[in-house]
Design a protein around this ligand. Structure first.
Ligand SMILES: *Cc1c(COP(=O)(O)O)cnc(C)c1O
Length: 438
């Protein structure tokens, strides 16, 4: 892996798109671990727990415990981003409104907590079989069991919120190791719920390493390992089942003449990787997934480009001469998940990077034009459609895939990944920051 190829990849990603030379549209889906069955199992686990979650979390009562988000048409935002009818239609998959966690981390993080809770309940006889009514886990006996166990995690903020609130809600003791970029309000929200927050001065990778070490010495502690957990990954991937229904409800049939383009904010790669994995299982070569990273934290791009060069671990953004400094705290990750990079090698269409300035502009556009309240990380996808339809590299991709003619029938889904619980004063600061940049 030469410095020159890093530089070229970073330049492509910044100016337009870095196109993944390893993408293989003919790759057989599901010949992997995790498998298609694992993704189905994650979805069924969410369903089994829904009645219990509805009891435990007031915000889930209306949905009977289902944690899902809307698929919103965004015509005004499309126009604001310079997309016309000839480019297809723009949608927002509104994971910024996911309850309990307030971010996409609800999918992966809560799934892993549920798996641990279910496994313990089976081991200790609180559930006889998986099919038993999980509302029984609201009992005193279950809470006492969970209180003896710890769930620990390292986080830049949102994964900690997701794991912390879900696990504390079921009765677990929870320890969250927060990296330097974690916002004070996220730590406070956890402490208000009895979660122990350990603050680290270092970056995300070192917070995870601390947490992993602390947990390794405790047999009653389950460490949620964002850099290598298949359970998180499958929780994210299960998003495909609901999205599939939402597309069908809108009369959208994804196919060769009706491509689906999906733009996903990327940190360590678990959330976008899992979602892309699920989408590929269902829509195969007709879905094209692009990840978007901050221009100082493109760890996934660096991981893909530097992968397989005989190194023990993936290279980091520091190896590529970048700082990992970004206001997009959810994406401020120096080194990608090897699990996600390995699974995305043949599946991701490309990667783009985005400046913080553009993130704030898009955050404001999403607010002004569609009334969305998102956090900076969640705005990353909005630069994607323009990079695809409006740059030479993007159009070369479309031409090579034979998709230029299909563009008017295309659907672009921008995944907005966090923001529900951002305090009003913080949100006003985001808007002010956007105004400054003009
Ligand atoms: C964590 C996060 C992501 C990306 O998920 P990774 O698994 O780290 O790639 C995107 N947006 C927000 C708001 C997040 O919190």
């Amino acid at each position: 892996m030469s410095a020159a190829s890093f530089d070229a990849a970073l330049r492509d990603a910044r100016d337009a798109l870095w196109l993944n030379p390893g993408e293989d549209l003919a790759a057989p889906p599901g010949a992997t671990l995790p498998s298609a069955d694992d993704v189905r199992a994650a979805s069924e686990r969410f369903q089994r727990f829904a009645p219990l979650l509805a009891m435990r979390f007031a915000e889930l009562r209306d949905t009977q415990g289902v944690i899902e988000s809307a698929l919103l048409p965004a015509p005004r935002l499309a126009a604001g981003l310079g997309l016309g009818p000839s480019h297809g239609r723009l949608w927002v998959k509104a994971d910024h409104q996911l309850p309990v966690a307030g971010s996409v981390k609800a999918r992966g993080g809560i799934h892993e907590v549920l798996e641990f809770a279910e496994r313990l309940a089976l081991q200790h006889g609180l559930l006889g079989r998986l099919q038993d009514d999980h509302r029984g886990l609201a009992s005193e006996a279950a809470r006492a069991l969970y209180a003896r166990h710890t769930v620990a995690v390292g986080s830049t903020g949102n994964l900690g919120l997701s794991i912390g609130i879900a696990a504390a809600g079921l009765g677990f003791r929870v320890v969250v190791h927060m990296s330097a970029e974690a916002k004070p309000w996220k730590k406070q929200r956890l402490r208000d719920r009895g979660v122990e927050v350990v603050e680290h001065r270092g970056d995300y990778e070192s917070a995870v390493a601390h947490g992993r070490r602390a947990a390794a010495g405790d047999p009653l502690c389950h460490f949620v390992d964002d850099e290598r957990s298949p359970l998180l990954f499958c929780g994210y991937a299960a998003a495909v089942f609901h999205l599939e229904r939402q597309l069908a409800e809108q009369g959208i049939e994804v196919g060769a003449r009706r491509p689906l383009f999906v733009y996903l904010p990327c940190g360590v790669g678990g959330a976008p990787g899992g979602i892309a994995f699920g989408l590929k299982l269902r829509f195969g070569p007709h879905v094209h997934c692009f990840f978007v990273e901050p221009d100082q934290s493109p760890c996934f791009l660096v991981g893909l480009v530097g992968h397989g060069a005989g190194r023990a671990s993936l290279p980091s953004v520091y190896d590529a001469g970048l700082s990992n400094a970004t206001e997009a705290d959810g994406l401020a990750v120096p080194r990608a998940s090897a699990l996600a990079v390995g699974l995305m090698r043949t599946r991701v269409a490309g990667v783009a990077t985005v400046s913080d300035e553009r993130l704030f502009q898009d955050l404001r556009r999403a607010h002004d034009l569609e009334g969305l309240r998102i956090e900076p990380s969640a705005a990353a996808g909005f630069c994607g459609p323009g990079r695809l339809v409006g740059t030479d590299t993007g159009r070369a991709f479309l031409r090579r895939r034979g998709l230029l003619d299909a563009l008017p029938q295309a659907h672009h889904v921008v995944w907005t990944t966090g923001g529900l619980y951002v305090p009003e004063i913080e949100f006003q600061r985001f808007l002010a920051r956007a105004a400054e940049g003009e």
